[in-house]
Ligand binder design. Structure first.
Ligand SMILES: Nc1ncnc2c1ncn2[C@@H]1O[C@H](COP(=O)(O)OP(=O)(O)OP(=O)(O)O)[C@@H](O)[C@H]1O
Ligand code: SF4
Ligand SMILES: [Mg+2]
Length: 357
């Protein structure tokens, strides 16, 4: 059993008293080896997750959300990718400098992960209960494994735990399979759950069920959750704070209420406008024109300037804006101090995402 369970991450200057920071990510950078040298995919990303809090990482496809999560876990899908800088403080230890063997103990035990497609992470030939049991045995648990598996299946609000445990993945629905993976991720009672697009592959009604379950689990287990999604609608009632990423950088971070009421960055405003159009039908479907630039081929100046309706020629296309504001309430825009707020969203008018526990 790891002693890190009770230790805390050193408080960052400016953290309100009484707020226990669980995860403190500082200046995170990720590089990939390209034909002409390393290319920076994620640049100087900083954010925190407190105990019992859900924090979102939001952005369009290719904005660097998954790479950021990989960097937190220091686990990348290919050897060409690597942590190129920054600190990842969890429960008093900097994971970025942990030896590989120690990091393996942290993964699963202190940090659980859930991904988009449950099917690709389950063995089709093994009953799901045994697969949850494997998560326990991998961390040295030998006693009471079966009882703990049943307890976890019940915690996931699945019916008839013993019968469910004996089923094979193909005998369960997509939502039930995702619950099994969440059970496996939480088996060792981690302090932090990283959920990377956990509902994207599911039907809309099942998505809402899984999100409700995550809200309940966070509250019940005082779990820190890092929820990765491209959909601000998913964030509205499941998270307390939001970090918006664009082209490998953080462009806005804020608490959920202020972000939805008065998004400061033009990119966040565009994302909100597209959710607003989709969910309330108050305007025709909107999407931000253009796409996220290819990694390493970033536009000069502000990376968002070719798509920004508020860009000012001569400045935005030449000068890269810094993240302005305090930690947890900042915007990467030259005009962050006097933002033009064009699009806001009243979540109470959104019929599609009434996700509460
Ligand atoms: N294995 C890889 N090798 C090289 N580049 C990669 C690799 N995986 C991702 N990238 C690049 O890193 C950048 C960020 O990708 P990432 O997967 O983090 O985006 P994302 O925000 O998670 O997008 P999505 O919503 O599609 O999952 C992209 O430019 C992507 O092309
Ligand atoms: S710095 Fe300029 S281009 Fe970038 S978001 Fe702000 S207004 Fe738009
Ligand atoms: Mg991703």
């Amino acid at each position: 059993m790891m002693s890190g369970k009770t230790s805390t991450t050193p408080a960052r200057p400016g953290t309100p008293p009484g707020e226990e920071v669980l995860l403190d990510v500082r200046g995170l950078c990720v590089d990939v080896d390209g034909a002409r040298g390393p290319v920076r995919l994620v640049n100087d990303v900083s954010f925190t997750v407190r105990r019992g809090e859900a924090v979102a990482l939001v952005g369009e496809s290719g904005s660097g959300k998954t790479m950021t999560a990989c960097a937190v876990m220091n686990l990348f899908p290919t050897p060409q990718l690597r942590l190129a800088g920054g600190e990842v403080w969890l429960e008093g230890r900097n994971l970025a400098t942990l030896a590989p063997a120690d990091m393996r103990k942290v993964r699963g035990a202190r940090v659980g992960m859930v991904f988009q497609d449950p099917s690709s992470f389950l063995d089709p030939l093994m009953p799901v209960g045994r697969q949850i049991g494997q998560a326990l045995r991998a961390h040295g648990r030998r006693e009471g494994v079966e009882a703990r598996v049943l307890e976890l299946i019940e915690l996931m609000e699945l019916p008839q735990p013993a019968q469910t445990a004996a089923k094979y993945p193909h005998e369960l629905s997509g939502g039930q399979r995702q619950r099994i993976l969440i059970a496996a991720a939480l088996a060792m009672e981690p302090a932090l759950l990283i959920a990377d697009e956990p509902t994207t592959a599911l039907d809309v009604t099942v998505q809402a069920d899984i999100l409700r379950l995550l809200v309940r689990l966070r509250e019940r287990l005082a779990l820190g959750v890092l929820l990765i999604t491209h959909d601000l609608g998913v964030v509205a009632q499941t998270c307390q704070r939001v970090n918006v990423m664009y082209a490998g950088e953080l462009v806005e971070s804020a608490e959920v209420g202020p972000l939805f009421a008065a998004p400061r960055h033009p990119y966040t405003q565009g994302l909100l406008r597209s959710v607003l159009g989709r969910n309330t039908r108050r305007e025709a479907l909107f999407s931000i024109p253009g796409g996220v630039p290819i990694a390493g081929q970033w536009p000069t100046g502000c990376r968002f300037h070719p798509r920004c309706p508020q860009a000012q020629a001569g400045r935005c296309d030449h000068e890269a804006p810094a993240l302005q504001g305090e930690a947890g309430s900042a915007s990467r825009c030259h005009f962050a101090a006097e933002p033009r707020i064009l699009h806001t969203w009243d979540a109470s008018q959104d019929p599609a995402h009434g996700v509460t526990a």
